[in-house]
Ligand binder design. Structure first.
Ligand code: AP5
Length: 217
């Protein structure tokens, strides 16, 4: 059966990392509103122009914009493979919109997986990360440098990039936004009995195994 899940957790909790693994290992579809917004910024669309400065400051983009892009994405054919919501919903308004969207499209949510993490460690995780500009392979200043300095292990590119919101000030704002606006939506899903907790401070493999056990359980 195709499963539809939400990965919930503060910035740097590992939502994107785990979603990528679920895409590779289970053929699920990753729905990252952050990636969708970054693509809009890169393409210079109207939405991208509105979102650019808000994202760079670490604040949330308006519910109206995000609900609109998510709704359109849920209409695509691949959704039937099962999807992972990564970074959505992030506010009570978005959670209510998601309920309406899923009901209208005849879709069900099976699990909300909360990655429990230590926020101070996350600042270190996020401010050190960078990716290959060509193939997006992730690296980290302290934990995972390319084997040959300055050369991507996977594609050989010598160009790398960092997200404009991965500086300490924006990361602190993103965390405050999470505590104030996103964490409060958990009770909405607890009331439905679908929240599962995973230790996000474990290794990437251990977190993957814990999520896999929930999906197979
Ligand atoms: P978004 O792109 O969703 O970013 P985020 O929530 O801040 O999360 P990150 O992508 O930073 O972290 P992650 O949890 O995916 O961690 P990752 O796997 O990369 O949103 C960006 C912005 O877009 C928002 O601030 C907002 O402006 C806007 N936006 C997006 N959605 C929105 C919405 N719904 N409403 C309004 N605005 C919205 O891992 C981080 C690092 O840790 C990596 O280096 C990774 O290699 C490493 N790592 C991961 N797991 C582990 C582990 N277990 N052990 C050690 N290292 C690990």
């Amino acid at each position: 059966m195709a499963l539809n899940i939400i990965l919930l957790g503060p910035p740097g909790a590992g939502k994107g990392t785990q979603a990528s693994r679920l895409v590779e290992e289970r053929g699920m579809v990753q729905l990252s509103t952050g990636d969708m917004l970054r693509a809009a910024v890169a393409a210079g669309t109207e939405i991208g122009l509105k979102a650019k400065a808000v994202m760079a400051a670490g604040e949330l983009v308006s519910d109206e914009i995000v609900d609109g892009i998510l709704s359109a994405r849920l209409d695509e054919d691949d959704i039937g493979r099962g999807f992972i919501l990564d970074g959505y919903p992030r506010t009570a308004v978005q959670a209510a919109s998601l309920d309406r969207l899923l009901a209208a499209k005849g879709l069900k949510l099976h699990h909300v997986i909360e990655l429990e993490v230590d926020e101070d460690a996350l600042v270190d995780r996020i401010t050190g990360r960078f990716t290959c500009a060509r193939c997006n392979t992730p690296y980290h200043d302290r934990y995972k440098l390319p084997q040959t300095p300055g050369v991507c292990d996977v594609c050989g590119s010598t160009e790398f990039k960092r997200r404009p919101d991965d500086n300490e000030e924006a990361v602190r704002t993103r965390m405050a936004e999470y505590r104030a606006k996103t964490a409060p939506i958990l009770p909405h899903y607890q009331a439905q009995g679908i929240v599962r907790r995973v230790d996000g401070m474990a290794t990437v493999d251990e977190v993957s195994a814990a999520i896999g056990a929930i999906l197979d359980g």
